[in-house]
Design a protein around this ligand. Structure first.
Ligand code: PRP
Ligand code: URA
Length: 213
């Protein structure tokens, strides 16, 4: 895959360790869910290094008065792509419990692999917020592109996208279509198979999170 300046691939030993357990077909639903949340929290730490609305506040320490930066109240909206994106929400809420949540429901047509929209509910004022779009799997990139386009049509200007596992095809597609959106991916896998599944991947993230298979 070519280099994009709007793509960050973590490849961090701590995250890689958790991904090894996540990939294992014998990992239980409970552990899978916990790992997705933990990885999301670790990713959020880096994802929010730039572009986060902050304010300076005065704090009286036991020694002196100082000025300290804080994240602005109500500055972040999380947008999971249903269903599997739901598994990442708590991983961000641990850090920002008051973050609002918008939902975009998409499923991939099994034949065409095209995303089909079935739900969209976004918080009022989302246009002014930092929007974190989350989905564990970035495969062809169709779902991510659709969700980002929908948010842009709504007027959102500050969007970041987080996925746990990305395929080169999908990461390139989103990075090229949306150069203004920074894409954070824990790990870049090899390729897609003929059914649009990521290899080596972890299977169907939604089914493993919710026990539907
Ligand atoms: C999965 C995954 C992404 C999408 C990725 O969802 O959670 O949303 O596929 O594939 P793409 O990059 O090729 O669009 P799926 O459509 O299986 O729905 P689900 O989350 O309800 O299981
Ligand atoms: N969606 C998944 O859940 N897994 C894949 O490998 C590709 C799309």
């Amino acid at each position: 895959m070519k280099d994009f300046n709007n793509v960050t691939i973590f490849n961090h030993p701590l995250i890689n360790h958790k991904i090894a357990i996540l990939r294992n077909e014998n990992t239980s639903m409970k552990e899978f869910r916990e790992l997705i949340e933990e990885i999301t929290t670790l990713m959020t730490f880096e994802c929010l290094r730039e572009g986060v609305p902050t304010v300076d506040v005065e704090v009286q320490t036991p020694l002196e008065l100082c000025t300290q930066q804080m994240v602005k109240d109500n500055a972040i909206v999380i947008v999971p792509i249903l269903r599997a994106g739901l598994g990442m929400v708590n991983g961000i809420h641990v850090l920002f419990p008051s973050a609002r949540v918008g939902h975009i429901g998409l499923y991939r047509d099994e034949e065409t692999l095209e995303p089909m929209e079935y739900y969209c509910k976004l918080p009022k004022g989302i246009e002014e917020k930092l929007v974190l779009v989350v989905d564990p799997m970035l495969a062809t990139g169709g779902s991510a592109c659709d969700a980002i386009e929908k948010l842009k049509q709504r007027g959102c200007k500050n969007i970041k996208f987080m996925a746990v596992i990305g395929a080169p095809e999908g990461v390139s597609r989103v990075a090229e279509a949306h150069p203004d959106v920074h894409i954070f991916v824990s790990t870049l896998d090899r390729c897609l198979n003929e059914h649009g599944y990521i290899l080596p991947g972890l299977g169907d993230a939604g089914d493993r999170l919710f026990g539907t298979k």
